[in-house]
Design a binder for this molecule. Structure first.
Ligand code: ZN
Ligand code: ZN
Length: 357
């Protein structure tokens, strides 16, 4: 066991690049005046977790306790904490601290802080590697905790903390939240299905663009998209050319983006949130003609995350989830690698881990 001076925690951990998770006892940092101690109830399983535990990005600091889509209950607060009290239902997302002084932090875009402290496998300011939500307790500074509205089901709310805000924040930032505008959502996975839900709640026309014709019924009937395009069908793509105000591209496998840019109206906005390992191919003419714009987006700020949760609660939006016990998590990760999940695994953490005295 590792000593961190604080509460004993029980989690599941990857010890090497096999990525296989197994039980692990460690100690959280001793809570400071500004800290909120949270009993973890549910934690989503994100593609990023998969990349990190298998060291696919070369940055794993083993042992890695994954998890950054945390919903839980506050059990204790430090003496300076004013935003939360014991018993509150709260969430923790992709990051748990930032420098608070850089330009990004000073302008409400702390998600782009160069010293961002990730919730899992991150470098904390105390020098310790952060350990994520696949554990029974987390300790987080109050400014990096969000309130989960009462009417949201807690399991379906967990993926909002990363997948939800990752699509909501850029739609807001680029004005792709206006009724009547036409939004294209590329890819129908964890991120894409949230894009459809938010787009429809904004009153937009939503078209799903997928390489899998088999997802048509799912997109139209179950998720309520207005139209469906098979990206490999040149006729369908041509018929929709120049019709979209914005596109959010959630695909993390390599794919051509020029056919997608052709779907945009002049001055249309494409936002990239999926991260293929190979570079995107972007000939200049594809954006010069029509003055089109391509931007990236990484999660969202804490304020974005709170606004997203409040909006989700008002509109009854949650992720479609498959709730699992921690004992199933290795199988879940294998299935996630094959995209065999609709649309997010969420670990019932409190129901899986024995209480720690
Ligand atoms: Zn994530
Ligand atoms: Zn900063």
């Amino acid at each position: 066991m590792e000593q961190g001076g604080g509460k004993l925690a029980l989690g599941w951990v990857a010890r090497d690049a096999s990525g296989v998770l197994s039980p692990y006892s460690f100690s959280r940092r001793a809570p400071g005046d500004d800290d909120v101690t949270i009993k973890v109830l549910f934690c989503g399983v994100c593609h990023t977790d998969l990349h990190v535990i298998k060291n696919e990005w070369g940055n794993a600091m083993y042992p890695v306790v994954p998890g950054h889509e945390v919903v839980g209950i506050v059990t204790d607060v430090g003496r300076s904490v004013t935003k939360f009290k014991a018993g509150d239902t709260v969430g923790v997302g992709y990051f748990v601290d930032s420098c608070r002084t850089c330009e990004s932090c000073s302008t409400g875009h702390e998600n782009y802080c160069p010293q961002l402290v990730l919730a899992s496998n991150g470098a904390g300011f105390d020098g310790a590697t952060t350990r994520g939500g696949f554990s029974d307790v987390v300790v987080v500074r109050q400014d990096y905790v969000v309130r989960v509205p009462e009417n949201l089901p807690l399991d379906g709310a967990a993926p909002l903390l990363c997948a939800g805000v990752t699509v909501y924040a850029p739609l807001m930032q680029y004005g792709l939240n206006a009724p009547g505008k036409h939004l294209g959502v590329v890819g129908l996975g964890g991120l894409g299905h949230m894009g459809v839900k938010f787009g429809k709640a904004f009153g937009m026309k939503v078209t799903v663009i997928s390489s899998s014709p088999g997802k048509r019924e799912e997109a139209l009937d179950r998720l309520g998209a207005d139209a469906f395009l098979v990206s490999r069908d040149p006729e369908e793509m041509k018929a929709a050319a120049g019709t979209m105000d914005g596109i959010i591209d959630t695909v993390s496998a390599g794919h051509p983006i020029v056919p997608l840019l052709e779907l945009l109206k002049p001055m249309g906005q494409m936002v990239v949130v999926g991260a293929p390992s190979k570079p995107l191919e972007l000939p200049a003419f594809a954006i010069i003609a029509g003055g089109k714009r391509v931007a990236g987006n990484g999660v969202g700020s804490i304020a974005d995350c709170q606004a997203m949760l409040d909006f989700a609660a008002d509109h009854g939006i949650t992720a479609d989830v498959e709730v699992i016990l921690m004992s199933y998590v290795n199988t879940a990760i294998e299935r996630l690698e094959r995209n065999d999940v609709r649309y997010r695994f969420v670990v019932d953490v409190a129901g899986s881990l024995a209480p720690v005295a």
